[in-house]
Design a binder for this molecule. Structure first.
Ligand SMILES: Cc1cc2nc3c(=O)[nH]c(=O)nc-3n(C[C@H](O)[C@H](O)[C@H](O)COP(=O)(O)OP(=O)(O)OC[C@H]3O[C@@H](n4cnc5c(N)ncnc54)[C@H](O)[C@@H]3O)c2cc1C
Ligand code: FES
Length: 272
């Protein structure tokens, strides 16, 4: 947009606010696909009390690192990583109204998807992907590990019952599991497991690593701290669930502390 066009836009917006109209939207040119496409739920697999895996009836075009918005008419729309693209599936943790509605969503429900949004990841030729996931973060990193191969996945949870999709991960990557209570895998934080692994690597191996972290903010920060002991910021990418609203770079709701907008500059943002 030119400066004149922006001034014009704000004039129309002001008039909209006075007249309760919506002419300003016509001035906005979206360069992403804002159309919703229907998908039908074919399986709702409850992992534990507050985590479920939803599988839909078709493929959705979403590359490793991108995300989509899921719309349930009458309830709203929220952003999610696709656990898998074909068939399209999501893993959801119950934190509020929308995600709660997904917990018992009946098979046969029609929902709508817009996107993909965000930037696909590209670790580069000959690189080794090290994916670190907590909570539903595995959804954001599974396709990265699957599509770029030569990957290791580190996944952590409070207890074994909160782990999911492990067999599928083991088919495409070396998987390291940690639980807080030791009910599966290593007892302790996934970041301890990560440090042990990195300590055993040579300088040549370390320089070819690319890290993708996704999960609760404290876990992601702890993972970055460990990775920085061994590798440079250029090798570290993380997706933290900053509040997201429009998903297309307009509202600023998803800005990281350094100003980068998760929805259009990420969701995976480089450390530093
Ligand atoms: C790129 C991206 C990918 C995501 N992928 C997944 C996924 O694969 N699986 C999954 O379960 N969730 C994912 N999320 C988070 C998901 O969008 C939120 O959990 C959801 O919007 C919550 O909606 P709600 O109506 O259930 O809860 P709300 O009522 O909106 O919120 C409940 C509580 O959670 C907090 N909250 C809500 N959204 C966020 C957020 N984005 N960041 C921080 N706090 C928040 C609110 O402040 C509130 O305290 C992703 C988010 C983003 C931005
Ligand atoms: S969600 Fe609106 S700018 Fe990112």
């Amino acid at each position: 947009m030119t400066t004149d066009e922006i001034a014009d836009y704000f004039q129309v917006l002001e008039a909209d606010m006075e007249n309760n109209s919506n002419r300003a939207e016509k001035h906005i040119q979206y360069d992403v696909d804002m159309d919703f496409r229907p998908v039908t739920l074919v399986d709702n697999h409850r992992v534990c009390e507050d985590i479920t895996i939803l599988t839909f009836d078709r493929k959705v075009n979403v590359q490793a690192g991108e995300f989509i918005f899921l719309w349930l008419p009458g309830i709203g729309e929220k952003p999610f990583s696709a656990l898998t693209d074909d068939p399209f599936s999501l893993v959801v943790i119950d934190v509020g109204e929308f995600t709660h509605a997904l917990m018992d969503l009946p098979v046969g429900t029609e929902a709508y998807v817009r996107g993909p949004h965000g930037i696909p990841v590209d670790p580069g030729e000959g690189k080794k992907v090290m994916a670190v996931a907590g909570g539903t973060g595995l959804a954001a990193v599974y396709q990265i590990a699957r599509d770029w191969g030569n990957a290791e996945v580190f996944t952590g949870a409070r207890t074994a019952e909160r782990l999911y999709f492990l067999e599928e991960c083991q088919k495409i990557a070396d998987v390291h599991v940690a639980t807080d209570d030791g009910s599966a895998g290593f007892q302790g934080f996934v970041t301890q497991l990560l440090r042990d692994r990195l300590q055993g690597m040579s300088a040549d191996e370390l320089k070819d690593l690319v890290f993708y972290n996704c999960g609760p903010e404290p876990m992601v920060h702890a993972a970055i701290a460990v990775q920085r002991e061994f590798c440079s910021d250029q090798q570290i990418f993380s997706a933290i669930d900053y509040m997201t609203k429009c998903g297309v770079g307009i509202c600023g709701a998803c800005a990281a502390p350094n100003g980068q907008r998760l929805c259009v500059d990420g969701p995976f943002l480089q450390a530093g």
